[in-house]
Design a protein around this ligand. Sequence first.
Ligand code: XIL
Length: 300
Amino acid sequence: ATTLGAAAAGSNRYFGTAVASGRLGDSTYSTILDREFNMITPENEMKWDTVEPSRGSFNFGPGDSIVNHANAHGQRMRGHTLVWHNQLPGWVSSIGDANTLRSVMNNHITQEMSHYKGKIYAWDVVNEAFADNGTGQHRSSVFQNVLGNGFIEEAFRTARGVDPAAKLCYNDYSIEDWSSAKTQGVYNMVKDFKARGVPIDCVGFQSHFGSGGAPASFRTTLSNFAALGVDVQLTELDIAQASSGAYANAVQACLDTARCTGVTVWGIRDSDSWRTGENALLFDNNGNKKAAYTSVLNAL
Ligand code: XIL
């Protein structure tokens, strides 16, 4: 195969990218997007601050523009994200009453998933709920602080009721190293959800790596999660300085895991990346393929 998407399809996987709706009119960008990628994650357009900036007032225009593009070009969509402590409007983070927040969270999930019902392969139902402090516990957030530990389970149960055909994922960063407390915390949550029948189908490993790339234990982590009975994906891959070896190695970790269904990079050209100046993606500022692109294509 001569493109990332076609090469990944050869093993029944996808190769995706984050897309910013404002760049779709840039023909260099959209030409690469439609040639190389068969899965799209909206970079910001399905986040709470865009979708429900004030209570009960929904804005699906930016997300719709990406979904329409995907439909016109045969690309599938990952919904990102329903419940997250960042890019969360102040009207949500200032709610102090549990009954109010529970109904606001469930309504947000219901309205957004209903709007996109049938159009989303997988939803990041909850994003980044675990702490970085070495405890393996949830991080502080309005959801955690007002609703308690059960907010994640509640979000997944609500989501399953709205679009039963969509895969429901938990997504996080720095959970790639098997030895980290954060990884263990997420693993224990998924194990508990599976044991109790809480609906969860997949775990997204964001995979925002430094120049050394993935930790040595990444394959172990992916296969241990998969053994719990969930699909796994690399959902936001980018690597500082994008060495060929580091990129090929990260993608190979997915290929080595039967239940790893695909890889998504977090942007197309280096100039599209949220990591300004880190040269972390597969295409240079002019849209030319970098060495890391070739190494990934050859690995797939
Ligand atoms: C980032 C976007 O790339 C930026 O444009 C935005 O300003 C901040 O969010 N983890 C996630 C993504 O789950 O949604 C984040 O995306 C990067 C980290």
